[in-house]
Ligand binder design. Structure first.
Ligand code: GAL
Length: 696
């Protein structure tokens, strides 16, 4: 497998950096007196830190007024870091406009859907479509890039910060103008827009594009296609900003790779990163966990998706937390072992950089209760000891650097448009959560010990034996054709409730759900029957559904009913179905795990992680997919694999808080074997081991 090749695909790594696996944090020296910086770099060296992201929120310090620049402190910081062998992922510093700019130009401030201005005082208070903001931001980018183009500490450019973190939806007049331009490019004419938006409904017909507005707060539900298009537009508007900064950087420093930190995590949904990933020289991600039973599964899911957004190539974990964050209702400290396990789970899924927010925990400001690598308690703290331990473990993982993700046999399909559309208002239920359903399938796969890739729609599916496409709500004809061809080619597809319901314009497919997937699945759904919060449905295999049910009719003889509703109004109707296709159809070829035919499985209710086990087993068995892990540790240990042409690196992550022994061959890069170093690997509570094995 190829290693990252051109300068554009990875850091411009200085020879001084030591470990090729990057380790570090956001570094905000401008928040501290100069004497603290010397201690900072000494502690960075002790921890093995070799990269920092610098100047992310430093605009007001770099440019104290429209016409003045203060570089002395940043020159000093860059030089100091370089002298200590620490590379700099230098921010363009455009994330937080300074007070002088917003005082002179309040028209750069974003406006909410209810018309409120988001005032300065926090950060990211800028309109993605403001020409005034753009001009000032690019002037700053130009100045920073010119100043540091040749600085030996510079390893990469960090555009803005978490684009869209606080300002993804702006309903200002600038946004309205840009939205119209975007719509003109998409539809060409107002008639085409009227068709796409279904404006015959509620007298919404437009006579000219000038009449169109963002979906500001209205008397009732705004037009759903207008809402969906506004989401598409808003993601694109931020991507335009990314491109604009990147073009300045490429012009001035063509050899320095450019990235921006994505937020593939939890319910952060505004940016369609499948469309952003091709815009950066390497993918970076920020990830923060939320407490709960699927907390670590969600981390793995996000890291996995990030790795696949990067096309399987290495990526950069730009931020995560050593312990608590400061922005959840209750900010829980990480449990023992979690700091290292969380970091290494990202590496398992392809990260070649492990960075935190932030280096030194702030003593002032809104993030003073957010953990850092150096906490308020200072060097003499368990967090800093863990940080030093992690630095050592990352050095042991140097051979992994450059290895790509080794593709799994199962894919979970992730579709931003379905995420956005399935959760819009005026729907059968406002309780549906797209990502929660996708995560349940991923957790069920982890529980079965089966490796899966979380891949964005548009990624090639042909190599996968099984594709799970949860709540694939928006199915344009081309996607239906792709999935049909996938199954015809022997693939095993699974999809769920509320899939195939609308096309790309959010218009319902007519004739019964799941629209263009009806023939493929061999079913027809006449009516959607969402459940009230206290309602459940029971299936005849004993599993229980929540949230949703559907009135499913089987329309094809090749369909077998895997489970039926039992009791209630849907009693005896199909709940989970499978249609066999190709040589497996009509016979029992697939039952014992084989046959060259494909299949299409439908699950019409929300079964939850445990309830998915029977259907998942049926699908995996039918596709001949088995766990690569020893039987006794399946579910307790996650396996992720990275590979080069010569080596396969097996990452074994203990999902539990008890020690687990795993009997797997291979040279130990990280971890320990029992019985005098010849026995099974011993994973401590939340422990991680890494083996080097021969690539197949
Ligand atoms: C991120 C952000 C950082 C810091 C961090 C706290 O959203 O990029 O600057 O605020 O969250 O968790």
């Amino acid at each position: 497998m190829p290693r990252p090749d051109s300068a554009r695909t990875w850091l411009r790594w200085p020879e001084t950096a030591g470990n090729p696996l990057a380790y570090g944090a956001d570094y905000n020296p401008d928040q501290w007196p100069r004497e603290v910086w010397d201690e900072d770099v000494a502690l960075m060296r002790e921890a093995g830190v070799n990269v920092v992201s610098l100047a992310i929120f430093s605009w007001a310090r770099i440019q104290p007024s429209a016409g003045t620049w203060d570089w002395a402190w940043l020159d000093d910081a860059m030089d100091l870091l370089h002298r200590n062998g620490i590379g700099v992922d230098l921010a363009t510093a455009t994330a937080s406009p300074p007070p002088w700019l917003t005082t002179a130009h309040p028209e750069v401030l974003p406006v909410t859907r209810t018309g409120e201005t988001l005032w300065p005082g926090a950060r990211q208070h800028w309109r993605p479509t403001s020409p005034v903001f753009r001009e000032h931001a690019l002037r700053l980018v130009e100045a920073v890039a010119t100043r540091y183009a040749e600085h030996p500490a510079l390893v990469a450019w960090h555009v803005n910060n978490e684009l869209g973190c606080h300002n993804v939806y702006d309903y200002s007049d600038d946004a309205a103008r840009a939205f119209r331009t975007w719509l003109e490019a998409r539809y060409g004419t107002v008639d085409a827009l009227n068709d796409a938006w279904g404006t015959a409904f509620w007298s919404q017909r437009y006579g000219a594009l000038d009449e169109v507005l963002p979906p500001r707060v209205a008397a009732s539900h705004p037009n759903p296609t207008q809402q969906l298009d506004f989401k598409r537009f808003s993601s694109d508007a931020l991507r335009d900003h990314l491109r604009a900064e990147r073009e300045v950087l490429r012009r001035l420093t063509p050899g320095v790779p450019v990235t921006t930190n994505f937020m593939v995590m939890g319910e952060t949904r505004g940016m369609n990163y499948a469309e952003w990933a091709p815009e950066v020289d390497f993918v970076s991600n920020d990830h923060y966990t939320h407490p709960g039973p699927q907390s670590h599964d969600e981390l793995s899911f996000s890291a996995n998706l990030t790795g696949n957004l990067a096309g399987g190539r290495p990526w950069f974990l730009m931020e995560h937390a050593t312990s608590a964050v400061n922005w959840q209702p209750v900010n829980v400290a990480k449990k023992p072992g979690a700091l290292v396990r969380d970091s290494l789970t990202h590496v398992a899924h392809g990260a070649d950089a492990v960075c935190f927010f932030q280096w030194r925990q702030s003593s002032a400001g809104a993030e003073k209760y957010h953990s850092g690598m150096v906490p308020h308690a200072g060097r003499d703290s368990s967090v800093f000891r863990e940080v030093v331990r992690l630095g050592g473990e990352l050095r042991d993982l140097a051979p992994v650097v450059g290895a790509h993700r080794a593709p799994a046999r199962v894919a979970v399909l992730f579709d931003w448009t379905s995420w956005w559309a399935s959760e819009q208002d005026s729907h059968p239920s406002d309780r549906l959560r797209y990502r929660a359903e996708a995560l349940d399938w991923y957790s069920a796969l982890l529980a079965a010990g089966v490796r899966a890739d979380v891949v964005p729609t548009g990624a090639p599916l042909t190599g996968y034996a099984v594709v799970v496409a949860p709540v694939l709500h928006v199915v344009p004809q081309a996607l239906a054709d792709e999935l049909t061809a996938y199954v015809a080619g022997g693939g095993h597809l699974v999809t769920t409730y509320f899939s195939g319901v609308v096309d790309e314009h959010d218009h319902a497919w007519l004739g019964g759900y799941p629209g263009p997937l009806r023939d493929l699945l061999g079913i027809r759904v006449e009516e959607l029957e969402p459940l009230l919060d206290d309602e459940t449905v029971t299936l005849d295999d004993g599993t229980v559904g929540t949230l949703w049910s559907e009135r499913v009719d089987v329309t094809d003889d090749a369909v077998e009913v895997l489970a039926r509703y039992a009791g209630g109004d849907l009693d005896g109707r199909a709940a989970v179905t499978r249609r066999r296709v190709g040589s497996a159809a009509g016979g029992d070829a697939g039952v014992d795990g084989g046959g060259s035919g494909g299949s299409a499985t439908y699950v019409s209710t929300r079964l939850g992680v445990d309830g998915l086990r029977p259907v998942l087993t049926a699908v995996l068995d039918g596709a001949g997919v088995t766990s690569e892990l020893p039987q006794e540790v399946r579910g307790r240990v996650e396996l992720a694999v990275r590979a080069t042409e010569a080596d396969a690196f097996w990452f074994l992550v203990n999902r539990t808080a008890e020690a687990v022994e795993v009997a797997v061959d291979g040279d130990v890069l990280l971890g320990e074997r029992g019985q005098g170093a010849t026995g099974p690997l011993v994973l401590g509570p939340r422990g991680v081991a890494v083996l080097r094995r021969a690539a197949r």
